[in-house]
Design a protein around this ligand. Structure first.
Ligand SMILES: Nc1ncnc2c1ncn2[C@@H]1O[C@H](COP(=O)(O)OP(=O)(O)OP(=O)(O)O)[C@@H](O)[C@H]1O
Ligand SMILES: [Mg+2]
Length: 282
């Protein structure tokens, strides 16, 4: 079941439960400003942590650090007690634009990772079928990406990521391009899978409503340089369903997080104005 009895950030959360730990992490790109400065945070096992913040505050960079796609300039990142590179196979990264191979069918796209892992064809077929069933795409297994809607493409991308049985998911704005109804439905689907599969999830979004619906905790980042502005535990009962969105408690949390995000956004716009006056740049 969903970790309803799991108060994030409480004293009883021992270090052993901390799946992701960032301490004093900074990231400076060679030809860029400081993308992240002195980030210290953790994600407990089976937590669902969303990252919110204005464009350019370092959300994607933070996920890439956790995935091992890039390394920190300062500080340390550990995942399951190891370096991100050591546990890469247990972590799946889903990018914003569902990058499917157009010349492969749904089935072949989902099986891609397993092929790369040299999984035998028979086991591969079985695993792929199971994943397609999980995301409700069995009926379109033979279709090509161009014959799918945006939401279906995203589900193929999710199925592909899940086929390798990750214990952790990193999702960077996976539903940004979808209409609200599809997004809501996929959010519900994602939570269903999250409770079944017992994942630890880090999720990037620009939608406060989505972050509140999905998360056990929300981390709000501020830009220039990217840093943590607020950490907000989301105290809504589990399981969360479409009904959850109709409750006062949900509305209140959305309003509260929106206010926090707006104040971060306003402050960063003032920063920009200040820099412009001084003739500086970001
Ligand atoms: N490869 C890179 N080289 C140089 N600078 C980079 C690189 N990747 C990101 N940056 C810079 O680092 C900062 C953080 O970028 P990042 O993509 O992490 O932001 P973000 O919060 O994900 O933004 P968005 O919401 O627009 O996706 C930005 O100023 C960006 O220009
Ligand atoms: Mg990004």
């Amino acid at each position: 079941m969903i970790p309803r009895d799991k108060p994030s950030g409480s004293i009883e959360n021992s270090a052993a439960q901390q799946e992701v730990v960032l301490s004093g992490v900074s990231k400076k790109f060679r030809r860029g400003s400081l993308a992240l400065k002195d980030i210290s945070m953790h994600v407990d096992k089976r937590e669902f942590v969303s990252l919110l913040g204005p464009s350019g505050c370092g959300k994607s960079t933070l996920l890439r650090l956790v995935s091992g796609l890039t390394t920190a300039t300062e500080g340390t990142v550990s995942v399951m007690g190891k370096s991100p590179a050591e546990v890469r196979e247990q972590v799946s990264f889903i990018f914003q634009d569902a990058t499917l191979l157009p010349w492969r069918t749904v089935e072949q796209n989902v099986g891609l990772g397993l092929e790369l892992e040299h999984e035998k064809q028979a086991t591969r077929k079985e695993k792929v079928a199971k994943m397609l069933e999980l995301v409700g795409l069995t009926a379109v297994a033979e279709r090509y990406p161009r014959q799918l809607s945006g939401g279906m493409k995203m589900r193929v991308s999710i199925a592909r990521a899940l086929a390798s049985r990750p214990s952790m998911l990193l999702l960077d704005e996976p539903f940004a391009a979808l209409d609200e109804m599809s997004r809501d439905r996929l959010n519900e689907e994602l939570l269903r899978l999250y409770s079944e599969q017992q994942w630890t999830v880090m999720f990037v979004t620009h939608s406060v409503a989505e972050a509140v619906f999905l998360s056990t905790r929300i981390v709000i980042l501020a830009p220039h340089p990217g840093r943590i502005a607020h950490v907000v535990p989301i105290d809504l009962p589990w399981p969360r369903t479409a009904e959850t969105r109709l409750t006062m408690a949900y509305e209140e949390q959305v309003a509260r997080v929106s206010r926090m995000l707006r104040s971060v956004q306003n402050a960063s716009q003032n920063d920009f104005a200040g820099e412009a006056e001084q003739g500086g740049g970001a």
